[in-house]
Design a protein. Structure first.
Length: 250
């Protein structure tokens, strides 16, 4: 699945580069801070011995909460295309709540800090009859892998990959752009528990997830017209996301 995402993204990036005009290209670097809170649903769950426990896990309420800070780099062809990448440190927490149990027991796994990676592209431009009215379409692939050593025998590993497509429309007024849009997120995640005290071949218990809702509503604001660019963005409905950043154009 991850390889398929990367092939699609690489093909679109290559097409954008081949069609681009490099005379107005700009490079910018900056810092970005983000947070997300996503409700999950269980696709499949297997016990240590390989038997299914999907039905038991499906009735629980699952969510993944994450935050991170990273460095960003953008290669921008104004009013044509932006190609960007991010790398940084993230922290993930995975929770489940047994809503059938009268005590509503909650299990929380706070993973250790780990690297995250995001790459993508964003074709963009303005409308012919109004230069202040702008649009953009984004394609982003992101991945996080983090783990936790519970004790000498038990370790946890959480992995998520997301391919997101979004569309935005906004209005630029005196160097400030206000925009809104929709994002479709194709997410896949796994949570593996490894217990080395079990017999060989029965040491891994795995749970596979999908997002409970795939569509997000986005609102945001960004500055323009100077070497320093700021961004604030919020997402709702399918997941709660918050993102802010600042970058400098060379």
């Amino acid at each position: 699945m991850r390889a398929k995402y990367l092939i699609v993204l690489a093909a679109v990036l290559l097409a954008g580069l081949l069609c681009a005009d490099y005379t107005q290209a700009q490079l910018s670097t900056g810092v970005v801070i983000w947070r997300h809170d996503t409700n999950l649903e269980v696709d499949n769950a297997a016990d240590f011995d390989g038997s299914s426990r999907t039905a038991d896990e499906k009735i629980k309420e699952w969510d993944a909460q994450g935050s991170g800070m990273g460095l960003s780099m953008t290669y921008d062809l104004p009013a044509i295309l932006s190609i960007f990448g991010e790398v940084g440190i993230s922290q993930m927490t995975v929770r489940d709540e047994d809503v059938v149990d009268p005590n509503r027991d909650v299990n929380t796994l706070g993973m250790d800090d780990a690297l995250y990676l995001a790459v993508g592209m964003r074709p963009n431009g303005s409308f012919p009859n109004n230069d202040n009215l702008f649009w953009s379409v984004g394609l982003t692939f992101s991945m996080i892998t983090s783990d936790l050593d519970e004790d000498i025998n038990v370790t946890w590993e959480y992995k998520e990959q997301t391919l997101a497509v979004d569309g935005q429309i906004g209005y630029m007024l005196r160097g400030l752009g206000i925009y809104g849009g929709l994002r479709f997120a194709n997410y896949s995640g796994t949570l593996d528990e490894t217990d080395t005290s079990n017999p060989v071949g029965q040491q891994v218990r795995s749970t596979e997830f999908d997002r409970d809702g795939k569509i997000d509503v986005m609102v945001g604001a960004m500055t323009s017209g100077g070497p320093v660019v700021g961004l604030v963005e919020l997402g709702f409905i399918g997941a709660f996301t918050a993102r802010t950043g600042i970058s400098y154009k060379f």
